[in-house]
Ligand binder design. Structure first.
Ligand code: CP
Length: 336
């Protein structure tokens, strides 16, 4: 895959080689993410970080990633704080913002909106999540996390057995992850979802066509046995017609320490794209698991920074230059 100057809109753009290329660059970025060195390779470059839907991780980690490469970040955080609220089109917004920036990251509630925006942009656009459709950088960081977590157990991604739990219909992170995992060999997907929130037939059919195995479960305890990774998701309540509708599915599957101890194989890795819903009526991933060393959710979130640094470096063509612009840190860092 050619990254230079390209939009990153969908994981459909990535094959296994391109995915591994991102991972290799992410490894190179670790030293900067851990504040062991700094680099100014993108000094003078500007990122427009346009988030027209709520976000904590994706927005801040894309911004931090750009800052860690030496670039500047400009942000809009809601439709109501931008001129989209005055009826400006995505086309005009893209034409204008791409005159102010060297690269744009965008999140928007409508499927296909980031792609539409990119067609009018004069600079590369990265999809930070478009409705229930896709979240490509999340899938890359998820897969990178799986590779690293399994690597500590001397296992690889081929032959992986994974349980996907929750709102598999509306979860864009799950959609992108399934597509990316499909490039590996012999994956077994244990799908645990209410019937109305199952993974789409389109994605299921594509996985089966590539030789992967799909097993459907209605009981959490059955689906989490005999897997190496459990990937929990929250009910995507913002995609439902009403709160009442979403509330019907909240709290249906709750993973906690006692269920984990009783039903999971030792050292099963627990992941979640976050945010987890810790309100009483949801709690799909109980906080009583916080001290479980196999809970990878915060390592997963940390990995978002290096993956997003890698995407910027590849798209802006500075991979070979990063270390040439590096220097020691000058401040005391207590980061572990
Ligand atoms: N995982 C994820 O997309 O988190 P945010 O919504 O906080 O960006």
């Amino acid at each position: 895959m050619e990254f230079l100057g390209k939009h990153i809109l969908s994981v459909d753009q990535f094959d296994r080689n391109a995915t591994e290329q991102v991972f290799a660059v992410a490894e190179e970025m670790q030293v900067y993410a851990e504040r062991k060195r700094i680099t100014r390779v993108l000094e003078g470059a500007i990122l427009s970080n346009m988030f027209f839907e709520p976000s904590t991780r994706t927005r801040v980690s894309f911004g931090s990633a750009f800052n860690l490469l030496g670039g500047e970040v400009r942000e809009t955080t809601e439709v109501k704080d931008s001129s989209l609220a005055k009826g400006e089109s995505l086309y005009d917004t893209a034409r204008v913002l791409s005159g102010y920036s060297d690269i744009i990251v965008m999140r928007h509630p409508e499927e296909g909106s980031v792609s539409e925006f990119s067609e009018a942009s004069r600079v590369p656009v990265i999809n930070g999540g478009d409705g229930a459709n896709e979240h490509p950088s999340q899938a890359l960081l998820d897969l990178y996390t799986m590779k690293k977590e399994l690597g500590t157990k001397e296992k690889g991604l081929d032959g992986l057995r994974i349980a996907l739990i929750g709102d598999l219909k509306n979860g864009r992170a799950v959609h992108s992850l399934c597509k990316l995992l499909s490039h590996y060999q012999r994956i077994t997907f244990n799908l645990i979802a209410p019937q109305e929130l199952e993974l789409s037939d389109e994605i299921e059919t594509a996985l089966i066509a590539k030789g992967h195995t799909i097993k459907k479960h209605v009981r959490l305890e059955e689906g989490i046995k005999d897997v190496e990774i459990i990937y929990v998701t929250r009910t995507q309540e913002e995609r439902f017609a009403s709160q009442e509708d979403a509330d019907r599915y909240k709290g249906l599957f709750r993973l906690n320490q006692s269920i984990y101890t009783e039903h999971c194989a030792p050292n099963t890795v627990i992941m979640h794209p976050l945010p987890r819903d810790s309100r009483k009526d949801a709690q799909e991933l109980d906080i009583d698991m916080n001290e479980n060393p196999n809970l990878a959710i915060f390592r997963q979130a940390d990995n978002g920074v290096v993956i997003r640094m890698a995407l910027f470096a590849l798209v802006l063509g500075v991979v070979e230059e990063v270390h040439n612009h590096s220097q020691p840190v000058t401040w005391f860092s207590s980061r572990l």
